[in-house]
Design a protein around this ligand. Structure first.
Ligand SMILES: Nc1ncnc2c1ncn2[C@@H]1O[C@H](COP(=O)(O)OP(=O)(O)OP(=O)(O)O)[C@@H](O)[C@H]1O
Ligand SMILES: O=P(O)(O)OC[C@H]1O[C@H](OP(=O)(O)OP(=O)(O)O)[C@H](O)[C@@H]1O
Length: 227
């Protein structure tokens, strides 16, 4: 029986339940709010509720066969993610953009070229590299290297990343945004040509799963989507 991992809380969990429900598979949490057990009706699946950020690792190890999480998290957590997982279907919710943002008052910084010039100047002026706060280390490094920006350092920030600039622990940030409200409230602006990844909730299959069984499941419940 295929084992499905879905996010254990919040909008991502609710929207995932809704998405499967529309395909005739009723997923639900059992027990109390704090108990991460689940029930499935309408398909031969076992359900496990997990932190969205742990689902990539569980897929890679083969402990779950199918998993729902943000496409950003799979790319960030798994180097060479395609050898560990395959995309079964993009689910059309959980849209969020991983962007690079700088202080809104940086008038001379309107794009990535300006940003690259500022990083070079910054190092000379301050004696240390411009700091970018993020939890997306792999994706940010790959993006900046592809765009030949090298004079920076990453500062790890696992939450409230937009606050690091005001707190003087970073000069710029790379984080997920959807409405843009958190960036605006923290006086930051997006560099329009620095969209690092456009994320959405995605159903992934482990490369360690029985691929024929995954394909049978996709054909039966997802209208033959088994890319
Ligand atoms: N404001 C947002 N709007 C839409 N999607 C978001 C937003 N913030 C985060 N996401 C997406 O939600 C997914 C899960 O992010 P989140 O940080 O909540 O998970 P998590 O770290 O596993 O949570 P936890 O460890 O607290 O259980 C990611 O794929 C991310 O892109
Ligand atoms: O563009 P917006 O709609 O304002 O959303 C962006 C915010 O949402 C996420 O934070 P979340 O609440 O998931 O908490 P986090 O700080 O732990 O990442 C993200 O890290 C931003 O802080």
């Amino acid at each position: 029986m295929l084992k499905l991992g879905v996010p254990s809380k919040g909008r991502l969990m609710q929207d995932t339940f809704g998405w499967f429900g529309a395909r005739g598979i009723a997923l639900s949490r059992t027990g109390s709010d704090r108990e991460y057990a689940g029930r499935v009706e309408g398909a031969d699946l076992t359900l496990v509720l997990l932190s969205a950020s742990e689902i990539p690792r569980e897929l890679a190890s083969g402990r779950i066969d199918l998993g729902v999480t943000g496409s950003d998290l799979v790319r960030e957590k798994l180097a060479g993610w395609r050898s560990d997982v395959r995309e079964v279907v993009q689910m059309g919710f959980g849209h969020a953009d991983l962007v690079l943002a700088v202080p809104a008052c940086w008038r001379d910084c309107e794009n990535l070229d300006d940003f690259a010039a500022i990083t070079r100047q910054f190092r000379g002026d301050h004696g240390f590299r411009l700091r970018i706060a993020t939890k997306y280390h792999r994706l940010v490094r790959a993006f900046l290297s592809e765009h030949e920006v090298a004079d920076y350092q990453l500062v790890d920030s696992q939450g409230a990343t937009e606050g690091t600039v005001a707190n003087l622990t970073a000069e710029a940030i790379a984080d997920i945004t959807s409405s843009g409200e958190t960036l605006r409230a923290n006086h930051l602006k997006i560099l329009p040509d620095a969209l690092i990844h456009a994320s959405q909730a995605t159903l992934f299959a482990s490369q360690k799963a029985d691929q024929a069984e995954v394909d049978r499941f996709a054909r039966r419940y997802l209208g033959g989507i088994d890319a």
